[in-house]
Structures are given as structure tokens and as C-alpha cells.
Design a protein around this ligand. Structure first.
Ligand code: SAM
Ligand code: SF4
Length: 330
């Protein structure tokens, strides 16, 4: 594997080769923990243009970023989504192009995304119960989304993952149902502990559950912890000799979670964020207008990184400036 030397390093010695790039705040789903009333358009936001995204990607790539995840809102709602993937693919230094999607347009479009250069796919599927899926997301589309995942598994993608937010009493007792999906498929199912955000305190109090019980269940069913690759970020992986797929757990409330942080974020309106739960963003949009601004932009990114805190303050119920994850990009 190629050696990477990211110039984005924070005062705590962490390196940041991974950018999460939000393409839009807009979403067509209304997940109970994220946008329970759907996307509300109070002010007309102008999301980053293709030109602005091109300049941002060039700057991060110059600074050693080799992985970019497109997120949102629902990133695939962008009309220029395929063009964005192609542009990133043609940027020297970027090796991995990932997307996190609700899967709404997956089955119809996955081939064109992969042709354009997509290498990694994450699809959010919080339950395998069609009725429950409908009530959680506002869309009766589970079957179509699972068909999209099956199609993706046949394409030359490096990794296909399914994300599920762990919700007490909703899906926390159903997780081993996912084993049926991964016995013969190279699919990684990742459970994410529900995080508190500015808007979801009541929901969080009611439905947050630690992933410890899930871990115990996995261990008692023969799953074992995979040795962690230093570059893999905060997820812990679990494998089983009888299964082609794997499980992953993301436990943001666990001790030392932030020690392996390897990602930075750029919001859909050009605000640079050091942490999902930070108190502020650094507006760099004015530096995304022309390729001639690249050097100043890179300098500003490096300067801002000096402020990155060692860890988030979620344990103190401090969710920073994030009302829900669709605004900065989960
Ligand atoms: N719309 C796309 C999707 O749902 O996959 C991408 C954006 S969404 C904000 C990214 C991921 O964040 C999804 O997997 C979603 O389930 C997760 N997410 C949203 N709100 C969350 C919360 N409060 N706690 C944990 N995960 C959350
Ligand atoms: Fe939309 Fe994703 Fe938020 Fe669900 S989690 S409402 S799909 S942005």
C-alpha cells in the first residue's frame, strides 16, 4: 500500500487523510433521530458549486487527503452528483471516493456512480423490518434499497457497508437479524450509537443505548474482535469464520473514541469543521472561488487545525453547534 504523509496534523499528533464533504443539507427522508419533520427550508441556502468543490478537493488533496466521503443531507439528490464523483476521481492524490446515502436512488444509479469513480458505499438501513423502516424514515422503500445493495455488491466497489443507528427497543433487539444478510455476502454492517444533537435531546434520552449489550451478544454468538488497523478510524470490527460479511461498532461515548479521529469536515456551504460537535466552523468559501487561491486556502486550513480539541464534549451533553447531523454531514 502507498505511504501517505498528510500535512494536516493537529496538536495532539493526529493525522487527517480523510475529508467528509457535505454536498447539501436537503434530504428526502425524515428519520426520527435526524429530521423528524423532514428537511425544513427556512432560508434558501446556496450549496457549494462544482467549481467551489473542485477547488476545495484540490487543496485537501495537496495537503495529503486521500479519502473523500460525500455526505449530507442526502448527497445523491445533487443533480451534478456524477460530475462531482468524476471530478474527484480525476484529482491527483485522491484514492478513495465514498458516499453515505439513504439508498433512495441506489438501485437505479449505482452503476453510473461506480463508472464515474465511486470506490466505497455506505447505505443507511436502521431496521430490516419493512413496516418499522417506513415509520422510522417516512419511506416504504426497504425492499428497493436492499435490492440496490445487492446490485452494488456485484460491482467493483472496494467496500459496501450498511449503517444502522442503534435504537433502544426499536432495533436493539433485532441486530442478529442482520446476520442473515451477511452470511454469504461481503457486506459490513455497522452499528452506530445514537448521538445527541442540538435538536434531539428528548429522542436521545428515550432511545440511546450503549453498544455493550450488542458486543456481548456478538461474543456469545462466536464473533471475535478484529485487530484494529491504525488507519481505520474509530470503528471496531467483528468477524466470524462462518460469515463472509462482518459487523462494526461505532461507539462515540466510549473511552478514547476521539484518539483515533482521522477526519475533517467541509459543510455544504463551505464551512470547515474540526469536529462534528465543535462550537464553530471556519468559513473558507471566499477562498474556494479560484484555483489561484489554493495556497492561502491550504494555509488557513493548517492554521485552523491547531484549534482541534482532543475530544468532543458529548459526555457533558455539549453538542456544539450541530442541530442535527444533516447540517454538517454525518
Ligand atoms: N442521508 C444520508 C444517510 O442517511 O445515509 C447521509 C447523511 S446522514 C446524516 C449520515 C449518517 O448519520 C447516517 O448513517 C445516519 O443514520 C447517521 N445519523 C444521523 N443522525 C444521527 C445521530 N443522531 N446519531 C447517530 N447517527 C446518526
Ligand atoms: Fe436524511 Fe440521512 Fe438524516 Fe435520515 S439520517 S433524515 S436520510 S440526512
Amino acid at each position: 500500500m502507498k505511504q501517505h504523509d498528510p500535512q494536516l496534523v493537529d496538536p495532539h499528533g493526529r493525522r487527517f487523510p480523510y475529508l467528509r464533504l457535505s454536498l447539501t443539507d436537503v434530504c428526502n427522508f425524515s428519520c426520527d433521530y435526524c429530521l423528524p419533520d423532514g428537511y425544513q427550508c427556512s432560508e434558501k441556502k446556496q450549496f457549494l458549486t462544482l467549481n467551489e468543490i473542485t477547488n476545495a478537493v484540490a487543496a485537501f488533496a495537496d495537503l495529503g487527503t486521500y479519502k473523500i466521503r460525500l455526505t449530507g443531507g442526502e448527497p445523491t439528490l445533487r443533480k451534478d452528483f456524477v460530475e462531482i464523483i468524476s471530478m474527484i476521481k480525476s484529482t491527483p492524490g485522491i484514492e478513495q471516493i465514498a458516499v453515505t446515502t439513504n439508498g433512495y436512488r441506489l438501485e437505479e444509479n449505482i452503476e453510473s456512480w461506480v463508472e464515474a469513480g465511486l470506490t466505497h458505499l455506505n447505505v443507511s438501513v436502521d431496521t430490516l423490518d419493512a413496516k418499522l423502516f417506513n415509520s422510522l424514515t417516512g419511506h416504504n422503500r426497504l425492499k428497493k434499497i436492499l435490492a440496490g445493495i445487492d446490485k452494488a455488491l456485484k460491482l467493483p466497489l472496494a467496500k459496501v457497508k450498511l449503517n444502522a443507528v442503534l435504537l433502544k427497543g426499536i432495533n436493539s433487539h433485532q441486530i442478529l437479524e442482520y446476520t442473515g444478510l451477511i452470511r454469504n455476502k461481503a457486506l459490513s454492517v455497522r452499528f452506530i450509537e445514537l448521538m445527541q444533537t442540538g435538536d434531539n435531546l428528548e429522542y436521545f434520552k428515550r432511545y440511546h443505548v450503549s453498544s455493550q449489550a450488542l458486543k456481548n451478544e456478538l461474543f456469545s454468538n462466536g464473533w471475535t474482535e478484529k485487530l484494529k488497523d491504525i488507519a481505520s478510524g474509530p470503528a471496531q470490527e467483528y468477524v466470524h469464520p462462518d460469515y463472509k460479511g462482518s459487523f462494526g461498532i461505532i461507539a462515540p461515548y466510549s473511552k478514547s473514541f476521539c484518539d483515533s479521529c482521522n477526519r475533517l469536515r467541509l459543510s455544504s456551504v463551505g464551512s470547515f469543521h474540526l469536529c462534528l460537535f465543535g462550537e464553530k466552523g471556519y468559513s473558507v468559501r471566499h477562498l474556494l472561488q479560484s484555483a489561484s487561491q489554493l495556497d492561502i486556502l491550504k494555509e488557513q486550513l493548517i492554521v485552523a487545525l491547531a484549534d482541534k480539541p482532543k475530544a468532543h464534549f458529548l459526555h457533558q451533553q455539549n453538542t456544539g453547534m450541530t442541530p442535527n447531523l444533516s447540517t454538517i454531514g454525518g
